[in-house]
Design a protein around this ligand. Sequence first.
Ligand code: ADP
Ligand code: MG
Length: 339
Amino acid sequence: MKLSQLGEFGLIELLAKEIGKPSKKVVVGIGDDTAVIQFPACPERIRGVPSLPRENSRGSQFPVKYQLITTDTLIENIHFKLKTTSFVNLGYKALAINISDIAAMGGIPTYALVTIGANRNFSVKKIEDLYKGIRKLAKKHKIQIIGGDTVSSPKELVISITLLGEVEKEYLLTRSGAKVGDAILVTGEFGGPAAEKFRMTNAECFALKCFSTKCRIKEAKIISRFGSANSMIDSSDGLVRSVLEVAKASKVGARIWLDSVSIAKKANLEQALYGGEEYELVFTVPRKKAVELKKLVEKKTKTKVSIVGEIVAKKYGIKLVDLHGKASLLKKKGYEHFK
Ligand code: ADP
Ligand code: MG
């Protein structure tokens, strides 16, 4: 069978099955925005403190934290074109898409490993520019670059970043916590990147030049600390795909209210639903708390938050609902590699 028949998500599912269930130390394995593992106890690292607090110790000096780990890759001619890409922006984006995954778990980023695969004739200056972009964003979030790998590539340029982060146990948000009766909320607007790409097919400018990736760390922190949010994901492959992933992981159904979707300027509804690369947060919270959380995030960050749907029982599936309450099935599922 060819990859094109299975698709990116089918392949991940197949591999996950073959890999099997992780050990107890793995809090969240394959299937979320980041992996989550327990920090190994290492008492000698904290001077004057005999041992790290146990998971359920009350009144502990230190909150119990989890380690977050994620990795994301950008490939020439899939994610960017060499001719029209600003390498500072490309480096910035390569790190930003990883930060977005850490944010989606309610965490903060800490350390990064950067891997470069480039042709032997590739410009050193461009790699330095790439790193300028990475370092600019790393500095902003106090992320330290602690290593990586450098290899030659027969043709296309490859940039892969592995990012570590941490989150206090009680603030961890995953894709699998959505509950029937939750409202679905999103930060920002959707369809912008898809609209940019569409407009730019004949223009000299490629998408990466024209929009900068968001890092919704601040918003995510407020959402996870609010205490009532049940699930969160970042929208790399489109709003519909994000809701689909949350619904699948949480074993629920969902309704997306078409008239409530926040559509970016110059984008259309189709692009807002299926476009992707917005790196906005998609999260769920009990309906009663939705307006309060929306207002809190908006007030503290000036980032727009919209209530775009609701979580329903699994048997109702995932539907798009128009202003008159008429439900329709999904046309497609969002961006997928190999398809
Ligand atoms: P995101 O878009 O948030 O970066 P992905 O859709 O890339 O997430 O990945 C979904 C899940 O599948 C993640 O938990 C990721 O770690 C896992 N995954 C992706 N590719 C592989 C692979 N080749 N082997 C094992 N797990 C993978
Ligand atoms: Mg993600």
